[in-house]
Design a binder for this molecule. Structure first.
Ligand SMILES: [Zn+2]
Length: 393
């Protein structure tokens, strides 16, 4: 279903029943939580205060480059996102109604929602091919989330401003031989409990790049970088048994140590390892991975996108790091897990990856604390399970 946000219902191809397990949580989290639903995601439209879209400012609600990039990207404002915002503004004017949003992800409310729903469904149906439909779907999700979050969420940490955690996050440089690409589903964009955002909060937007699924401007930037890097320098961290998977040890353990003993500058130019982290629910991630594979085929021929998996269990991680650590139930923890495994290999010994792992884990703790505090303040219960594994994405 697609009922939640300002997407239409059932009309679209890309379905998303909520809540869904994260791809990193498929084994661990489901086992531990069973069928219980984590409570962080239950902040529904009915219990959240609605908010007016801030449309009266300069440009009458149009999104500026500065505002767009403030959410964690270096790209230009996607054209279709801009067009949809224009359309929404036009509709608001025609109906003489105010846009208001509520709940997670900026759900459009009231009469305008009904009208908009009809309109966007007609637009969607009229689109010829599935690629255009995906792009429209993605752009519409993004546009609604942008309008619904404007003036409400902190742009850096994606939490409501009163719960901003930014002052508690310590940034850290990622070793320049590594670059992360957060391939994020539009439904995870501007979600409070998303953890992918932590990676660029800690490492910066150049080291941890946001790439929104179905947004051509973002995907083009990512694939242009991959073309330059070459297939041997691109890895997708994805626990898919049907794909050809290599462990970190298999993928990098056999390489000559001397390979990484080069100047940092040269490393950045020639040898950067690009890691794609799929940031979506389990079911959405299948479509996201397929799209990556299709794009890889069009760029590099028939071969599959190289994939690696993490091998160390959470308990093994704990032994390596005595203090309480996160397991791999969320995107940022998966990134930390990858860095931890690389750190064990001789050629990465001197790259300081352990410090970078620590920085991510610290930021994750800050996020969990902020979400817990918010929840308690709003009078919602925190179960023990949720406190530890949560619905942290
Ligand atoms: Zn903040």
């Amino acid at each position: 279903m697609l009922s939640a946000s300002c997407t239409g219902r059932r009309a679209l191809v890309f379905t998303c029943p909520a809540p869904k397990p994260r791809i990193w949580s498929k084994t661990h989290l489901q086992q531990r939580l069973g069928n219980s639903r984590s409570t962080f995601s239950s902040e529904s439209a009915s219990t959240s205060p609605s908010r007016e879209a801030r449309m009266g400012d300069a440009g009458e609600g149009a999104i500026t480059l500065q505002e767009w990039q403030g959410w964690g990207t270096t790209s230009p404002v996607p054209n279709m996102v801009m067009e949809i915002i224009e359309d929404l503004k036009g509709l608001e004017k025609d109906l003489d109604a105010h846009m208001s949003f509520g709940g997670l992800g900026g759900k459009l409310k009231g009469n305008l929602r009904i009208q908009e729903d009809k309109k966007h469904r007609a637009t969607y149906q009229a689109l010829g091919d599935s690629e255009k439909k995906l792009q429209f779907y993605a752009a519409r999700q993004i546009a609604c989330r942008l309008l619904g979050s404007r003036g409400y969420l902190c742009q850096k940490c994606w939490l409501p401003m009163e719960d901003c955690m930014c002052s508690k996050v310590t940034s850290c440089s990622l070793w320049p031989g590594i670059k992360f690409w957060l391939y994020m589903h539009p439904k995870d964009f501007l979600r409070q409990n998303n953890t992918g955002k932590i990676l660029w909060q800690v490492f910066g937007v150049e080291a941890a790049n946001l790439c929104l699924f179905g947004i051509p401007e973002h995907e083009e930037i990512m694939w242009n970088s991959f073309k330059l890097a070459g297939k041997g320098k691109v890895w997708c961290l994805y626990p898919n048994k049907s794909a050809v998977l290599k462990s970190v040890q298999n993928a990098f353990g056999q390489e000559p140590i001397a390979k990484y003993e080069i100047t940092q500058e040269k490393t950045k130019e020639d040898k950067t390892l690009n890691f794609i982290l799929i940031d979506g629910t389990w079911s959405n991630s299948a479509a996201m991975f397929r799209r990556l594979q299709d794009q890889a085929k069009s760029v590099w021929g028939d071969e599959d996108l190289p994939c690696i998996s993490l091998t160390l269990s959470a308990s093994a991680m704990h032994k390596l790091r005595p203090q309480p650590s996160w397991d791999r139930t969320c995107t940022a923890a998966a990134a930390a897990g990858l860095l931890s495994e690389l750190q064990l290999l001789p050629q990465f010994n001197s790259t300081g990856l352990d410090k970078q792992v620590e920085a991510v884990e610290d930021a994750l703790s800050v996020l969990l604390e902020a979400l817990t505090t918010r929840r308690l303040r709003m009078g919602r219960s925190i179960t023990r399970k949720v406190r530890h594994t949560g619905n942290i994405r």
